[in-house]
Design a protein around this ligand. Sequence first.
Ligand code: CND
Ligand code: ZN
Length: 376
Amino acid sequence: MNTAGEVIKCKAAVIWEPKKPFSIVEIEVAPPKAHEVRIKILASGICRSDDHVLSGEIKVTFPVILGHEAVGVVESVGEGVTRVKPGDKVIPLFIPQCEECRPCIHPRGNLCKFNGLGTFAGLMPDGTSRFSCKGELVHNFISTSTFTEYTVVHESSVAKIDAAAPPEKVCLIGCGFSTGYGAVINSAKVEPGSTCAIFGLGGVGLSAVMGCKAAGASRIIGVNRSKEKFPKAKELGATECVSPLDFEKPINEVLFDMTDGAGVDYSFEAIGHTDTMAAALASCNRNYGVSVMVGFAPALSEIAFSPALLFTGRTWKGSLFGGWKSKDAVPKLVSEFMQKKFTLDPLITHTMPFEKINEGFELLRAGKSIRSVLIF
Ligand code: CND
Ligand code: ZN
C-alpha cells in the first residue's frame, strides 16, 4: 500500500511524564515536509541515554517518543530530498550532519549545529512536530525517535546503509557501538602499547574496550561496580577487570597501584556519574594522561576538582557519538561490519518484540542486559 503523502496511524511507545513506564498507543505520523524523510523502523536498541530521560536525569519536553539507535526503511521523502529514496535501508542519526555549519566543516568537528542535545526541544528544525496522539502534540528525541513504527527525521539526520545489513545488529552502529569505539579511535586516538581504563562496562563501555583492542592497547582495565560484566569484557579484549566495591581506597589510587604509580595513559568514563568522571580523570597519568567523558551526566550537575589535576598536563575531554561525522561514518562502519572487521553479537544479549519495551528497560536497570534490541 502506498502511504506517501498520507498521515500514517501506527503504534508508538510514548512517555507522558518521567518515572512512568512506556505506554504503547496509536499515534499519527504526518507526511515528511521539505527535506524530511519518513522511516519505517525495523529494529531499535535500548541505550542508557533513553533511560536517563525516564529517570529525569536528562530533561526533555513531554510527551515524547524516545529511542535513537535504530535501522529502518525509507517509506517516503519530502520535497528536495536527494540522498535517500523510498525503499532505502537507513540509520537515523542522533547527531545530524548538515555539511554546512562550522562543526560539520571543521575537520575535528562532529556536533552539527542542528543537534537537539543542547535544548532537547524535541521538534523538527521548523519548530513543529510530525507526531500527535489524539490531537496532542508528541515531541521527538534528539532528531530521531525510534520507539515507534514510523518516524520522521530531517535529511541531515539519516544515513543510507548497505541493503544487506542485518537491522537487528547494525542498529547498534546508530549509537552504542560507534560511541564507545569512536571515543577510543577518534577522540583519544589511543596508540599501540597504551594502558587504558574503561569505567562502565555496558554497551558503550564494552565498545570502548573493543576500540582499545583494535588500537593495539597492551593493557585494557575494565572498571565496573558489578562483576557480572567482567567475562564479556575479557572476551572483548579487557586484560584485567576491577570493581571499586572490592577496595577501601578510591579506585583512582587502585589504578595507580596497578600501573606502578604511573596511572593509565587513557581513561574513558561510560557511566554518566560525576564522581566516576572525576575518578577517571584522576586515574590517568598526571602529565600526559588523557581522560574522555562519554557518559551523560545528570542535567545541571557540576564537578568540583582541584586545578592541580589538570595543571600537571592531563587532558580532559568529552566525546559525542564517538567523534564521528555521523552521515559520513555510519555507512562506512556498516560496511566494515559486513566485511567482518568487528562483531556486534557479543553486545546484543536480548532481542524482543517492540511491545516488550518495558521489559527491555527493566533488564537494563537490573544490569542483566548489555543491549536489548526491539524488533518491529
Ligand atoms: P549501561 O547502563 O549499559 O552501562 C553502564 C555500566 O556502568 C553498567 O555496567 C553499570 O554496572 C556500571 N556502573 C554503574 N555505576 C557504576 C559505578 N559507580 N562504578 C562503576 N561502574 C558503574 O549504559 P550504556 O553503556 O548504554 O551507556 C553508558 C553511558 O554513556 C550513559 O551515561 C549513556 O547515557 C552514555 C551515552 C553517551 C553517548 C555519547 O554520545 N557520548 C551516547 N550514548 C550513550
Ligand atoms: Zn545512546
